[in-house]
Write a protein that binds this ligand. Structure first.
Ligand code: SF4
Length: 325
């Protein structure tokens, strides 16, 4: 791609200390994100997928510095996000917003819709109250609501309406990047489809870039340009969505896609069922983290960790068995 990436993540790690046992004396380290590299280009939708507990939500929060990374680099629009002074970080945060999974609890129950949407403007701009309200109304209409919703509180709205308000609030400062953390998984199926098409409309209208975090492969196939598959804190495969769906290279991607129904299951050469549970991120398996569940695992997989490497134009995979094409 030409130009400058909007977001570049290099070697990102986030470890948590967990205390347990008698008097909380036992300390364990959770390797939630363990050396992730990602690039997102302006206007792109990157889908980040994986089973729950794989670290994708932690990664999304680290990117916005809602959680401080343990190590690594994050560059946003050419700026080194981990070494900005407070004023520059404040400015960068205006340009990156997040929409959470649970639309009702993501809004302050004490705020009516109007206050929820105008609150970032009050904090970050010198706009008058009338200007702020005008802006809120414009955005409310953009997300499919209207003036009658301005005075309502979250408990008076449906889940889908709350998610529309959360989107209006996220857009009010004209961000460039939206981190969408399972934005439809708490909604009814019919409402999910409406929110997904709204997201695609807003992306074009506001020139947005999305990091779309989800466990829903159907949604990610529809919305994403590229897909990154995450397992136990690491990226296992990365590539254009269509290519990854048509010809997954990593055994974990193959297993994930095997769970998505297709009309003619025999058409898949790589159909196999994922066995067992995701191992603990406290003591991730040695070598390839997927070896305890991988039907193709070999001796080398238990000893050496495969690196994420390019095997074809725009295709990246972390597996010892995958040759360059
Ligand atoms: Fe399976 Fe080995 Fe590839 Fe890991 S490196 S995915 S264990 S074949």
């Amino acid at each position: 791609m030409n130009g400058q990436p909007l977001l570049e993540v290099r070697g990102l790690k986030r470890y948590f200390e967990q205390q347990s046992g008698w008097l909380m004396r036992r300390r364990r380290v959770v390797h939630a994100v363990d050396g992730v590299d990602l690039t997102i280009w302006p206007g792109e939708v990157l889908g980040l997928v994986g089973e729950s507990g794989c670290g994708k939500t932690t990664l999304g929060r680290c990117v916005l510095r809602l959680i401080e990374p343990t190590a690594g680099e994050i560059t946003f629009a050419g700026r080194d996000l981990l070494h900005l002074d407070p004023a520059a970080l404040r400015q960068a945060r205006r340009e990156m917003q997040i929409v959470f999974q649970d639309p009702i609890s993501s809004l302050d129950p004490r705020f009516a819709v109007e206050e929820s949407i105008t609150e970032p403007l009050r904090t970050h701009t010198n706009m008058s109250r009338a200007e702020r309200n005008e802006q809120a109304l414009t955005l409310l209409r953009e997300v499919g609501l209207d003036r009658q919703h301005m005075g309502r509180y979250p408990h008076e709205l449906s889940g889908g309406q709350c998610q529309r308000v959360a989107l209006a609030r996220a857009l009010v400062l004209h961000p460039r990047l939206l981190v969408l953390d399972e934005p439809t998984s708490a909604l009814d199926v019919s409402v999910q489809a409406q929110i997904i098409s709204l997201l695609m409309e807003l992306k074009d209208r506001y020139d947005l870039t999305y990091l779309f975090i989800t466990h829903d492969l159907g949604v990610v196939r529809y919305i994403s340009d590229h897909i990154a598959v995450m397992y136990l804190g690491k990226i296992m495969e990365l590539g254009p969505t269509r290519e990854v769906f048509e010809e997954p290279l990593h055994p974990y991607t193959k297993a994930l896609l095997a769970s998505v129904p297709i009309p003619e299951p025999r058409a898949r050469e790589w159909d196999f069922i994922l066995q067992g549970n995701v191992p603990s991120p406290v003591n991730p398996p040695s070598g390839c983290r997927f070896h305890t569940r991988c039907p193709m695992a070999q001796a080398v997989c238990r000893e050496q960790e495969p690196q994420l490497r390019q095997v074809a134009p725009d295709r990246w995979v972390a597996c010892h068995l995958e040759e360059e094409r």
